[in-house]
Design a protein around this ligand. Sequence first.
Ligand code: B1M
Length: 213
Amino acid sequence: LSLEERLASYIVEGTKEGLIADLELAREKYAPLDIINGPLMKGMEEVGRLFNNNELIVAEVLQSAEVMKASVSHLEQFMEKTETSTKGKIILATVKGDVHDIGKNLVEIILSNNGYKIINLGIKVPPERIIEAYREEKVDAIGLSGLLVKSAQQMVITAQDLRNAGIDAPIMVGGAALTRKFTRTRILPEYDGLVVYAKDAMDGLDLANKLTN
Ligand code: B1M
């Protein structure tokens, strides 16, 4: 197997044996984020496909997720960091009912490496908790992540609850279940502030830079 194929297969097989050595080899050719977005994401997509076809069980997907997390955490130390003073403060949360956090945590790494202070509220976060944190932390924007189809609907509810609490800070949403169209037609009308859709972590950084300037 080529290096790229091996990297994807660590994720698919859910094994860490040889992983760090191959990540180090990959670092000679690619930037850390390109390794994540390239071969590692390819592996994750394959995991999603196999899971969808009932060829993997949840326990196996969990192992794949562990390998993805270990890879991201190894690569994190080599990512570029800007030394600027804080550009803004952003809440990140995976919405109520959803446990997927690899994407959200990647967004956290990218944003914090680029001068943002992140309040990461974790997974399955109910709207009340977001409202509470918003009031305590006086943030510049709220980031919501969700991968399940029902999470898209949960974002609509979260936006309504935030509005009812008198909050109109910009919201950034992301995750596999969402689209720009859903964001514009279903979430935005339920909110008094801006709602933007980020397709990936780098897009999230671009949007954060626009939202907080
Ligand atoms: Co689950 N899962 N999962 N899963 N899982 C999906 C999402 C699924 C598409 C798989 C499938 O069937 N093909 C499917 C959803 C179906 C649907 O609703 N349409 C699914 C399902 C069904 C489930 C369960 C219901 C399974 C079950 O129990 N029967 C269950 C749900 C539990 C729950 O949430 N209540 C479940 C559980 C799990 C695990 C726990 C085993 C594990 C998660 C571990 C963890 O996160 N700690 C898991 C995994 C790993 C996946 C897949 C395989 C991979 C997700 C992932 O981490 N991708 C996934 C299939 C897939 O997506 N291919 C699947 C890598 C990550 C870096 O990408 O999160 O998309 P992503 O993030 C990207 C962008 O989306 C974006 O930037 C990131 C980086 O570029 N982004 C943002 C994300 N959030 C953002 C926020 C932003 C900005 C950008 O600003 C705020």
